[in-house]
Design a protein around this ligand. Structure first.
Ligand SMILES: Cc1cc2nc3c(=O)[nH]c(=O)nc-3n(C[C@H](O)[C@H](O)[C@H](O)COP(=O)(O)OP(=O)(O)OC[C@H]3O[C@@H](n4cnc5c(N)ncnc54)[C@H](O)[C@@H]3O)c2cc1C
Length: 474
């Protein structure tokens, strides 16, 4: 370790070949791969157990990959087309995602992520949002947490991977168009001659994996431990794409959780309450009686708001948002049925689903408990009892679909030695198939690692530039 000194201060400077900022599923994938490739790596993270991957989830958090079971036809090209058709994802990025999807998936399996397989080893898939195939898989509500944790455990096997936790990176340093250092603060570094705990990391390559910009949204289902760290890369001049595109859907707001799957398939009652406390079953103001029930049910697997479904299930999102704009609070009520609920007259898709799940029960709470008791327990663990409490909801931002522009190696398109992986990379597209956000984080962490390990690397330049870094920073 080196030091930079100025006046009465002394700041530590760590050196490594590759610095990774962020310890979510994308950052941990890069750490594991670069570790296995023998690179000298430092991971810097402000919250090792925080961020979206480790702290967010949904009824059935989905990972998207090429089909690995059954006799249905699938191909890299058709998967790439499905991603491309979502809009605002370039064809080369879509093809890269599809081509690398099996590598990334089986790497997760090897790391110990418990994706379900049958007795023959087939990883059976299901249908996800914006996709007609059966490419989706899930290990339950916490898929992304398992991914980050298992990859971290795998990365920690390598002595060449070091971690600096509880450190917030606030600046990316450049020498011309080359990125070569970061500046960070950590309480652990605070001492008399370093009152703010500032330190520097000097490297040949940087993987920026800081996740999404959660704090720019007023209503969001991002976990509170996820901040927004776009500014260092913006100030470093990195080109961005698709900033107008975010994914929204219905989520609970007191405890932030995505209300997809069984939370809607149980057909709860949507209620809004005005300042005087008067309740109103508002969905009936926005659609016909039949639509209320089927659209609520369909929200289960059509969770994100989509302009394609404005005459279908997305009417529910619009109705919720309109009520909130009128100054009312909006809730899901699992204790009473919607006023027109009759099992015998339900739409056949909903009826069949409830029969198959053994959930033809009297109340939404009983149905939810029959379909997915863990969904009930999750809220109970966060002190919300769905058997008696109303659940406050809003249409919330779930992730940004744009971000920093990258090429097929995950490399910034206008800044050298800088790679983006995960949500901060602008690859999710307008209407990505459900689960392809998690896929993209893995694929571009892998591609970045390969690109870094295949690049020549010029050690003497690297050593010389520490001197330039010192003068740039002070
Ligand atoms: C409720 C919810 C449900 C979701 N469901 C799905 C789903 O089913 N399928 C799917 O594909 N996607 C889903 N997503 C999206 C997906 O989970 C995220 O896009 C993905 O987990 C982001 O991973 P990441 O590694 O890029 O970032 P994160 O997991 O957010 O990690 C970012 C890391 O960077 C660190 N960090 C940030 N700034 C700094 C800084 N300045 N200095 C140091 N460290 C920093 C953070 O502490 C954290 O460790 C969902 C998202 C939410 C919110």
């Amino acid at each position: 370790m080196d030091y930079i000194s100025s006046k009465n201060c002394r700041y530590p400077v760590f050196s490594c070949e590759v610095a990774i900022v962020g310890s979510g599923a994308a950052g941990m994938c890069a750490a594991d791969e670069l570790g296995s490739l023998g690179k000298d790596v430092i991971v810097i993270t402000d919250h090792l157990r925080g961020g979206t991957s480790r702290c967010a989830g949904s009824d059935k958090q989905t990972y998207y990959k090429l089909t690995t079971s059954g006799k249905g036809k699938d191909s890299v090209k058709s998967m790439a087309e499905a991603i491309f058709e979502g809009g605002s994802t370039h064809g080369d990025i879509a093809l890269t995602l599809a081509s690398n999807s099996l590598y990334s998936f089986y790497k997760l399996v090897l790391a110990g992520v418990p994706f379900p397989s049958n007795e023959y080893g087939e990883y059976v898939g299901y249908k996800t949002d914006h996709d007609d195939s059966v490419r989706a898989t899930s290990c339950g509500p916490l898929t992304s947490r398992y991914m980050a944790e298992k990859l971290e455990a795998s990365a920690r096997r390598y002595k060449n991977v070091r971690f600096i936790s509880d450190a917030f990176v606030f600046e990316i340093c450049k020498d011309g168009s080359n990125v070569n250092g970061i500046a960070a603060v950590s309480k652990k570094n605070v001492c008399k001659d370093n009152p703010y705990g500032v330190f520097f990391v000097h490297f040949s390559d940087l993987v920026w994996a800081t996740g999404g910009p959660s704090t720019i949204y007023s209503k969001t289902v991002y976990p509170t431990s996820q901040g927004c760290s776009f500014s260092p890369a913006i100030l470093a001049g990195c080109r961005m794409v698709n900033l107008t595109e975010s994914q929204y859907g219905i989520a609970s707001t007191k405890f932030r959780w995505n209300l997809s799957g069984s939370y809607q398939q149980a057909i709860p009652r949507y209620v809004s309450v005005n300042k005087k406390g008067t309740e109103h079953e508002f969905l009936y103001d926005y659609m016909s009686e039949d639509e209320v029930l089927i659209n609520t049910f369909l929200k289960g697997y059509q969770w994100p708001f989509s302009s394609d479904r404005l005459s279908g299930s997305s009417k529910v999102d619009l109705a919720v948002e309109s009520e909130i704009l009128k100054g009312r609070k909006v809730y899901l009520d699992y204790t009473h049925n919607p006023k027109t609920y009759r099992f015998s007259t339900l739409h056949k898709e909903a009826k069949q689903y409830l029969i198959n799940s053994g959930a033809n029960k009297k109340t939404p709470f009983e149905r939810l408990n029959a379909i997915n008791p863990k969904a009930v327990k999750l809220y109970k663990d966060h002190r919300i009892d769905l058997s008696k409490d109303y659940l406050e909801i809003a249409v919330c931002a779930q992730h940004l679909n744009g971000g920093f522009e990258i090429d097929c190696d995950g490399k910034s398109t206008n800044t050298d030695h800088l790679y983006f992986a995960g949500e901060c990379a602008g690859t999710y597209g307008v209407k990505r198939p459900g689960g392809s956000a998690l896929l993209a984080g893995q694929v571009f962490a892998h591609r970045a690692s390969e690109s870094i390990s295949h690049s020549d690397g010029n050690d003497s330049d690297f050593k010389k530039s520490i001197t330039r870094l010192n003068s740039n920073l002070l």
